[in-house]
Design a protein around this ligand. Structure first.
Ligand code: 5RP
Length: 218
């Protein structure tokens, strides 16, 4: 099975978690795109979606799937999204596509967070994938210095602006052994909007694509 076939398989498997007559949270990235295409096949069964990025909203609308502002809905039954890394505890690194802030907001609101990923994303500990941090532009240098004090090596994502008008620092060379603690430490740096650690609110379920089929981790 190719990596895309594994992504396709987990996207199909995630449809099982879609609750009829509710609002579905939809993530961002290539795996989430496979899910959007699957969701289109059953679009009549849901009330609509909240998207974690402009790009996903456009793809959903392209399929004729209603997309709502988060402030216009009462709740989200389930959030389906990919990840850049996951541990077996379902702690995640996200934000490779730069949508981490809206992803974290939608995950916070959702009753259930189902992560979909191919097996390359499963890791023993987080940090090999550079950790994305969304930062208010004027605080970029200050935040970078604070991250260096915490042991990371921040690199500005050149030529990239988030949907919220901010910049991303990708932090290299971190072996993240205490993701919840680091998530809180990063949140406490003035000028940080969001960091890509999803440990305080991990996924509830990970659907992992393998050459033998989809494995479910809870
Ligand atoms: C976007 C994300 C994505 O979920 C993450 O980058 C995984 O993307 P892909 O499914 O393309 O591997 O966090 O901000």
């Amino acid at each position: 099975m190719t990596q895309d076939e594994m992504k396709q398989a987990v996207a199909q498997a995630a449809i099982e978690y879609v609750e009829v007559g509710t609002i579905i949270g939809v993530g961002t990235g290539s795996t989430a795109n496979f899910f959007i295409d699957e969701l289109a096949k059953i679009k009549g069964k849901i009330d609509g979606t909240v998207a974690s990025s402009v790009a996903s909203a456009e793809r959903l609308k392209g399929h004729g799937i209603p997309v709502y502002d988060l402030n216009a809905v009462d709740g989200i039954s389930v959030y389906i999204d990919g990840a850049d890394e996951s541990t077996r505890n379902l702690h995640l690194v996200k934000g490779g596509g730069g949508a981490l802030t809206r992803e974290k907001i939608v995950a916070a609101v959702a009753n259930k967070f189902v992560c979909i990923a191919d097996e390359s994303k499963l890791v023993d500990y987080l940090g090999k994938f550079p950790l994305p941090i969304e930062v208010i532009p004027m605080a970029r240098s200050y935040v970078a210095r604070e991250i260096v004090k915490l042991g990371g090596e921040p690199v500005l994502r050149e030529g990239f602006t988030t949907d919220n008008g901010n910049v991303i620092l990708d932090v290299h060379n971190w072996e993240i052994m205490e993701p919840t603690k680091l998530e809180q430490q990063l949140n406490n740096i003035t000028g940080v909007v969001t960091n890509g650690l999803f440990a305080m609110r991990p996924a509830d379920i990970l659907l992992l694509g393998t050459p033998d089929g989809v494995t479910t981790l809870k």
